[in-house]
Design a protein around this ligand. Sequence first.
Ligand code: ADE
Length: 277
Amino acid sequence: MGKIKIGIIGGTGLSDPDILKEGKGKQVSTPFGEPSDALVVGKISGVECVLLARHGKKHTVMPTNINYRANIWALKEEGCTHVVVTTACGSLREEYKPGDLVFPDQFIDRTTKRVSTFYDGKEGSPSGICHMPMHEPYCRHVREILGEVAKELNVSHHSSGTNVVVEGPRFSSKAESKMFQMWGGDIINMTAVPEVVLANEAGLCYAAIAMVTDYDCWRDDHEPVSVESVMAIFKSNVENVKKLLLAVIPRIAAKEWDDIIEQRQAATTSNTMQHGT
Ligand code: ADE
């Protein structure tokens, strides 16, 4: 069985690396520039992990300005085979309630200002043009483990969901929010794309733990989303996210991944057109 290493990208409300006991800070650089912050390298339950704060440890990087390519490249370079991320999200359905955890399986991309490939034809970038299939962007196997463990821990969760990803930093208008519902969106955030796309290009098994913090602004009987409500709900439920993360890591490590990782890497190669092919 090959060795695995798990990258953990902490989102809003979970930027501090205290889940990693005796973690060591490691400043790295990539061909795409600097990641959001120093990596924190260490072990959780004996499993090698690498922690990264998506918005920086002091939450200074807004969604549009996050260097998603540097973040994913840095985790890949560090030897990660898996990436499990946390994020706050709004809910577009009554049954996805504030405090619930969601393990999304699909996204709808509404971002407009982000580079979403490593294969950009520039010097220093990997060669070729990569057309990554995106029918199943999130790792089914990691999502399955997330669902099992959340059930065992009795944490209120949804084992699937379509995430509408908006550019931000503003929240949506009511008309947009209702349109996203009609499109089939279940939740909404600002960071899943291009993070999940790049993780696929890098051949990583990627899954997300999204915490519902608000009902966005489509409900007439609820206050519209605000930073204050997002932070308050996240804070009062953050222990569930930490508990789940800590329990999921040894369970990921107990699974045999060699074939899955090999298939992922082969998918990147076979979907990258090299010059002259
Ligand atoms: N993150 C948390 N809540 C959100 C919302 N309603 N829209 C976009 N991103 C969010």
